[in-house]
Design a protein around this ligand. Structure first.
Ligand SMILES: Nc1ncnc2c1ncn2[C@@H]1O[C@H](COP(=O)(O)OP(=O)(O)OP(=O)(O)O)[C@@H](O)[C@H]1O
Ligand SMILES: [Mg+2]
Length: 426
C-alpha cells in the first residue's frame, strides 16, 4: 500500500492560530477542531497581538477574522504576509460575515489562501483546514529537503575545491622538485661521465687493465643513469602537458633506415637480425621526427632485448594509390607477452619480469614514454602478442588506420602474396 503523502499524525500535530474578536466564535472553532483531533490550537481575540505571537509560534495555519475593532483584519493579513519568508507557504484562512466580492478579492490579493463565510458549517471548516494543512506540510517537507540538498551540494563543492587545490599545489611542487633535482643530478652526473671518459683514454699510460675496466663501468653506468633521469623528466613533462610537438614533413623510410643503422652500431646482440619492409610508394608525414625516432628506437630496443635469437621486422603500411602512411609495425619473434600483461606494460615502471628473476636490463619506462609521445603526435601505439612466438607493436598514424587484431594478423601483413594469381602477375 502506498503511504499517504501526509500522515494523520502530522496533521493533528499542526500548530493552528485562530484570531477573532468574538470569544464565542473562538470557542466554537476550538471545539470543532478539538473534536477532529487537532491538539495544538491557539486563540487570540486582540488583533494587535497577532504578529508578535505568530513570530513566536510559527503557526502552520492562521484562521483570521477580517472585521475586528482594534485593528483591521486586512492590516493583520498584510503584516503576516510580510513577516513570512518568500519560500514559505503560510496558509491564511480568512473568515468573514461580509460575503461581498470586493472584500474577498482584496483579501486574496493580499495573500489569503481561502475563505469561510459566517455562520460557518463544521464539516466545511474542517475540510478547508485539512486541505490547506496538507499543502503546507508538503511544502515544508520540500523546503527542508531542498535545504538538506543545498547543504550537501555546498559541502561536496567545498570538498572538491579543497582536493583540486591540494592536487594543484602538489603538481606545482612536483614540477619545481623535478626541475631542481634534474639540475642537481645532471650536473654532477655529466662530470662523472666526462671524467670517466677522460680517464679511459689513459693519457699518462699509468692505469692498469683492471682500472680501465672499472672506469669503463663507471662510464656505462653513468650513461644508463643519465638515460633514466631523462626518461623520468620527459614523462613528467608529458604528464604536465608541456611536451611540445614540432611538425614538419618526415620521410619515414629514411627514419627507419637511419634508426636501425644507429642501433646496430651500438648493439652487442648480433643474433637478432632486422628485416625491413617498406611499401613501393611512401608519402612523407607531417610530424615530429625526433619523437618518432625515439618511439622507433624504444620498440626496436625491446624487440632485440626480448628475442633470444631469430629476427624482427620493421614494416610500414601505406594507403594504396596515395602512399599515405597508415601504420608502422615492429614485429619480433621473441618471448612474447601474456594477454593479461599486454595493456599494463604501457604503464610507467611496469615490467613483466620483476625482482631478482629479471634477466633483461631496463627501467620499464620505454613503452610508457613511447605511448605518451605517440599521443602527443596524435598517433596511437598498440600491441598484440603470442607468448612463446613473439610480439608486434604498431604505431597508427591515421584515425582510419587499423591495428592488427592478433600476432598472426600482424605477420600476414608482410607475408608474400601467394594465393592471388592476379597480384603475382603484376
Ligand atoms: N617486444 C617485447 N617482447 C616481450 N616483452 C616485451 C616487449 N616489449 C616490452 N615488453 C615487456 O614490457 C615491459 C615494459 O617495456 P618497456 O620498454 O616500457 O620497459 P623496459 O624495456 O623494461 O625498460 P626501458 O625501456 O625503460 O629500458 C618490458 O620489461 C617487458 O616485460
Ligand atoms: Mg624498453
Amino acid at each position: 500500500m502506498p503511504q499517504p503523502p501526509v500522515s494523520p499524525e502530522q496533521l493533528k500535530d499542526a500548530c493552528l492560530l485562530l484570531v477573532d474578536d468574538e470569544q464565542a466564535n473562538l470557542t466554537l472553532l476550538r471545539l470543532i477542531l478539538g473534536r477532529a483531533g487537532y491538539t495544538r490550537v491557539h486563540t487570540l481575540s486582540d488583533a494587535r497581538d497577532v504578529l508578535p505571537l505568530a513570530r513566536a509560534l510559527n503557526p502552520d495555519l492562521v484562521v483570521l477574522d477580517l472585521r475586528m475593532p482594534t485593528m483591521s483584519g486586512f492590516t493583520v493579513l498584510e503584516g503576516l504576509v510580510e513577516q513570512t519568508a518568500p519560500d514559505e507557504f503560510l496558509p491564511i484562512l480568512v473568515v468573514t460575515g461580509d460575503a461581498s466580492q470586493t472584500a474577498r478579492q482584496r483579501a486574496l490579493k493580499l495573500g489569503a489562501k481561502d475563505f469561510l463565510t459566517k455562520p460557518f458549517e463544521a464539516t466545511e471548516v474542517l475540510l478547508r483546514i485539512h486541505n490547506l494543512l496538507v499543502t503546507r506540510i508538503l511544502h515544508e517537507s520540500l523546503r527542508s529537503q531542498n535545504e538538506r540538498l543545498e547543504a550537501k551540494v555546498k559541502e561536496r563543492t567545498e570538498q572538491l575545491e579543497r582536493v583540486a587545490k591540494q592536487a594543484e599545489e602538489a603538481n606545482r611542487a612536483k614540477s619545481v622538485f623535478l626541475a631542481t633535482m634534474s639540475h642537481e643530478l645532471l650536473t654532477p652526473l655529466n662530470a662523472v661521465i666526462g671524467f670517466a671518459n677522460e680517464l679511459q683514454k689513459n693519457h699518462a699510460g699509468n692505469l692498469l687493465p683492471q682500472d680501465l675496466t672499472y672506469v669503463q663501468r663507471i662510464s656505462s653506468n653513468g650513461m644508463h643513469l643519465l638515460r633514466v633521469i631523462n626518461d623520468v623528466l620527459d614523462l613528467s613533462k608529458v604528464e604536465a602537458g608541456r611536451m611540445e610537438v614540432e611538425r614538419m614533413p618526415v620521410a619515414l623510410d629514411r627514419v627507419v633506415k637511419e634508426t636501425l643503422n644507429e642501433m646496430e652500431g651500438r648493439s652487442v646482440r648480433t643474433a637478432v637480425v632486422p628485416r625491413v619492409s617498406l611499401p613501393p610508394s611512401l608519402a612523407s608525414i607531417d610530424s615530429d621526427e625526433g619523437k618518432l625516432r625515439r618511439v622507433l628506437a624504444n620498440l626496436v630496443d625491446n624487440a632485440v632485448k626480448f628475442t633470444e635469437s631469430g629476427s624482427f621486422r620493421v614494416g610500414i603500411i601505406s594507403e594504396p594509390g596515395t602512399g599515405r602512411p597508415l601504420r608502422l609495425d615492429v614485429i619480433d619473434t621473441g618471448i612474447g607477452i601474456a594477454p593479461d600483461r599486454l595493456e599494463r606494460i604501457f604503464d610507467a615502471f611496469e615490467q613483466v619480469e620483476s625482482g631478482t628473476r629479471r634477466r633483461h636490463e631496463g627501467t620499464g619506462l620505454g613503452l610508457s614514454i613511447s605511448r605518451a609521445l605517440c599521443e602527443a603526435m596524435d598517433f596511437r601505439l598498440t600491441a598484440v602478442s603470442e607468448p612463446g612466438r613473439g610480439s608486434a607493436f604498431s604505431v597508427l598514424f591515421a584515425p582510419d588506420a587499423e591495428a592488427p587484431r592478433s600476432y598472426d594478423d600482424a605477420l600476414r601483413a608482410y607475408a608474400p602474396a601467394t594465393s592471388d594469381p592476379g597480384a603475382r602477375g603484376s
